[in-house]
Design a protein around this ligand. Structure first.
Ligand code: VGL
Ligand code: ZN
Length: 198
């Protein structure tokens, strides 16, 4: 698919960072790198999206309601806020997901903006054909978002210096990256993206 390039930053929220309810090891390290990607895409006036896990308190995704996870990113709590060091501009488009109790919301393609527009519809409106994915977690939301992106025909890039995984089982992130690559995702880093956007 031809079309514009866009950056999607997945779930860089307090609960997924050091000290949070579901902290992803090394999450803090990627924030300055993500900020450089934000600058790069903003300078070219390319769209920047930031997704957020935005669960109701009674989400079936939480252990106490039969799911897999400790409560995290509950709507309107401190843990659900974007990390304070993440430098989103006013132009950044926020995509909320996991907002209904029956949904895990692992993929940003289940998300919508503040006006209820589905992520995929916004991409189509903006004529985006290629996604660059950063954020948390490599083995969950990054993975499911990337697989959906490929499925829907977007050229899909994983920003290797700007993702980190949960790794409940050792090697989960490597396995996830292998699967994304096998399905057609490209692994890429900041210097290569810099020259691509030039
Ligand atoms: C995520 C586990 C539970 C993620 C969200 O953002 O990768 N992981 N909810
Ligand atoms: Zn979640």
């Amino acid at each position: 698919m031809n079309g514009k390039k866009a950056l999607i930053i997945v779930d860089v929220q307090n609960d997924f960072c050091e000290g949070g309810a579901l902290a992803v090891p090394g999450a803090g390290e990627i924030i300055p790198v993500i900020n450089r990607y934000i600058n790069l895409f903003s300078a070219k006036e390319l769209p920047v999206f930031a997704s957020r896990d935005w669960h109701p308190r009674n989400s079936g995704h939480f252990r106490d309601s039969g799911g897999n996870w400790p409560p995290h990113c509950v709507q309107n709590t401190e843990g659900a806020r974007f990390h304070p060091r993440l430098k989103l501009s006013d132009k950044g488009i926020i995509i909320s997901k996991g907002t209904i109790p029956e949904e895990d919301g692992y993929t940003v393609f289940q998300g919508e903006d503040k006006d209820g527009r589905a992520f995929d519809d916004i991409l189509k409106d903006l004529k985006v054909g290629e996604l660059f994915i950063a954020g948390l977690a490599t083995d969950f939301c990054v993975k499911y978002s990337a697989l959906d992106s490929l499925d829907k025909g977007y050229a899909t890039n994983i920003l290797m210096d700007a993702v980190r995984g949960v790794n409940t089982n050792p090697g989960d992130s490597e396995e996830a990256l292998r699967e994304m690559e096998e399905k057609g995702a490209r692994k890429i880093k900041l210097d290569e993206v810099e020259s691509l956007l030039d």
